[in-house]
Design a protein around this ligand. Sequence first.
Ligand code: FES
Length: 158
Amino acid sequence: MTFTITVEPSGRTFTAQPDEAMLAAGIRQGIGLPYGCKDGACGSCKCKLVSGTVVHGAHQSKALSADEEAAGYVLTCCGVAQSDVVIESRQVTEIGAFPIKKMPVRVSALERASHDVMVMRLQLPASDAFQYHAGQYVEFLLRDGDRRSYSMANAPHT
Ligand code: FES
């Protein structure tokens, strides 16, 4: 038996096994629900339960307090549907809608803006436009194999 999870306002649906967290089920079926830790600690996956029954596995109260749970909020990363469920999620993105792009870059300038902020100017391939959507980030793959992830400070349309 599986349960149907409907995500509003997009109206997208996916199914979950009776012992499967909704987030894992959504990711498995290409539904990009928002999340952070996937472990009940950050609250990034918190959303409103519109209808249906959800039980939670272990999670931290800073991610979902008893008051929030009583008000009908759930964590999809550790929430398991016990019936067909409708949730309201702030964003649902289809996996693959924003494909990962890999491009060579060269650091052309570094400017220290404050004691903990560095402005990096990157030289990109002339044929490749750098476009991104809100919420995306850049991961630098360094020559020695290290990786560093950074958020863009400017809005995507600027
Ligand atoms: S993803 Fe962090 S609490 Fe669910």
